[in-house]
Design a protein around this ligand. Structure first.
Ligand SMILES: Cc1cc2nc3c(=O)[nH]c(=O)nc-3n(C[C@H](O)[C@H](O)[C@H](O)COP(=O)(O)O)c2cc1C
Length: 220
């Protein structure tokens, strides 16, 4: 699909009710982004799930987009497709579209940005505009020395204070050869946490009969 089409179709997609659960996967410049193709393919195995990806520029070094079967959005899409008032603003369309946002992996750089409210690319703008009543899950991934730096725990706590959910990193031999904490959670763990949160969201929408906060009919 052409980039222009997949940007404008988001606007229509976000008007769907009772459709599949919409999972937005965020991917940042950690070597764990190698796992993006398998993460997307396993999420697509969940019943009634639609997936889209938002990537940072550095994350692109780690995966082959041809191995990812869903739309991938990046900074160029944001800037190239807005020329006039009637054009969609991509980070807003993505936050409207998504029921759940999972950032896997979340590298040290983007962790620091999110903790401080910085929004200088498409992914961090989606986070900054995120509706905090919807789940935002994050999967830190970094070298053990980076993980152990005291600023990491402060920034992770800040994200949990915002209401975001940490899927903790694991201890393993990292790609750089160091052994220790900092590896991204296993894909199977991430998928099962996503599934749990989608079920919760589904149950609460059935209880309250509100299908999507952004598209509630306006009272007159
Ligand atoms: C080969 C390679 C692997 C990297 N792996 C990680 C990593 O696992 N975690 C991390 O926090 N940073 C890692 N980095 C550093 C980030 O890519 C760098 O901080 C970058 O600016 C992140 O940009 P982004 O957050 O916009 O994606 C790695 C860099 C390279 C060159």
């Amino acid at each position: 699909m052409q980039a222009e089409d997949h940007v404008s179709c988001l606007k229509t997609d976000s008007l769907k009710t009772n459709g599949p659960c919409r999972v937005l996967v965020g991917v940042t410049g950690s070597v764990a982004s190698l796992k993006l193709p398998i993460l997307v393919s396993e999420l697509l195995q969940l019943p009634k799930v639609d997936v889209k990806v938002v990537t940072t520029e550095h994350a692109k070094h780690f995966y082959n987009p041809e191995e990812v079967s869903v739309n991938i959005y990046s900074d160029n899409d944001e800037w190239e497709h807005w020329t006039q008032r009637s054009d969609p603003v991509l980070h807003i369309e993505l936050r409207r579209w998504a029921d759940l946002f999972v950032i896997a992996p979340l590298d040290a750089n983007t962790l620091g940005k999110i903790a401080n409210g910085i929004c200088d690319n498409l992914l961090t703008c989606v986070v900054r505009a995120w509706d905090t009543s919807r789940p935002l899950l994050f999967c830190p991934a970094m070298n053990t020395a980076m993980w152990q730096h005291p600023v990491t725990a402060q920034q992770v706590s800040r994200l949990t204070e915002f209401g975001y959910v940490e899927i903790p990193c694991i201890t393993k031999e990292l790609v750089c050869g160091d052994k220790g904490k900092g590896g991204m959670a296993e894909v199977s763990t991430i998928v099962s946490v996503v599934q749990k949160y989608l079920q919760k969201a589904d149950e609460s929408s059935q209880n309250t009969h509100t299908s999507h906060p952004d598209i509630e009919p306006q009272s007159t």
